[in-house]
Design a protein. Structure first.
Ligand SMILES: [Zn+2]
Ligand SMILES: [Zn+2]
Ligand SMILES: [Zn+2]
Length: 225
């Protein structure tokens, strides 16, 4: 095994060690407080001058849950003088706090960017919801589940496809109708004057566009006046 990786294996139980705290001495040594999932604890000390050799292993064991060994992800960091608190997330144990000397944090961050081992900062999501999740109650568009029931009165829907082409069912998107051009530009709004439905109108029940002259909505079967 890689000798540096071997430094981060518990000498009592052979489990991987999580780094929980990193300090840097004035003499240029980084010291690491480590624990294994069985709570055996210890300290390790490396020369900062050789950080390129050991930093990848240190990053790996810093981003490791002290309780279960799982990979942790960044939540946020807070720098307080020469100490930087990092808040990490374990998929099982949720928030894990670690403390790192601020100078070490910057050295590590620079190397992480170089190695692109992981993004230095999690990508910002504009919304309150993480990716792949949706607000409570949000349902993904059902596909092919709520196909409109063909009404007995339905006329074959107008289609631009050649008749022998079987096209997959598609969620129809009704383009918004442009507002009628205002002849005088005075801003008058023409209100519908009656219940008569002309060609180019929409079904009052379901909003489907109505074929000119149709007696019934091709989508829901509502009788049209
Ligand atoms: Zn142990
Ligand atoms: Zn954990
Ligand atoms: Zn309808």
């Amino acid at each position: 095994m890689d000798p540096i990786e071997g430094e981060f294996i518990c000498r009592k139980c052979q489990k991987p060690l999580s780094i929980n705290k990193i300090m840097v001495s004035k003499k240029g040594y980084a010291s690491f407080e480590v624990t294994c999932p069985h709570k055996h604890s210890g300290k390790r000390k490396f020369n900062m001058a050789q950080q390129n050799e050991w930093m990848p292993a240190v990053i790996k064991h810093l981003y490791m849950c002290p309780r279960c060994g799982a990979n942790l992800t960044d939540l946020r960091q807070k720098t307080e003088g020469d100490r930087t608190l990092i808040l990490l997330n374990c998929p099982t144990h949720s928030k894990i706090k670690k403390a790192v000397s601020t100078s070490f944090w910057y050295a590590m961050d620079a190397l992480r960017k170089q190695l692109s081992a992981r993004p230095a900062y999690p990508p910002a999501y504009p919304g309150p919801y993480p990716p792949q999740q949706y607000p409570p109650g949000y349902q993904q568009q059902p596909y092919g589940q709520s196909q409109p029931q063909p009404s007995p009165y339905a006329q074959p829907p107008a289609t631009n496809h050649p008749p022998d082409t079987v096209s997959p069912p598609q969620m129809e998107v009704t383009p918004p109708t442009p507002p009628p051009a205002e002849p005088s530009g005075v801003g008058e709004i023409t209100l519908p004057t009656g219940n008569n439905i002309d060609a180019g109108d929409f079904c009052p029940a379901c909003g489907e566009e109505i074929t000119s002259g149709a007696k019934f909505c091709t989508n829901c079967g509502t009788e049209l006046e």
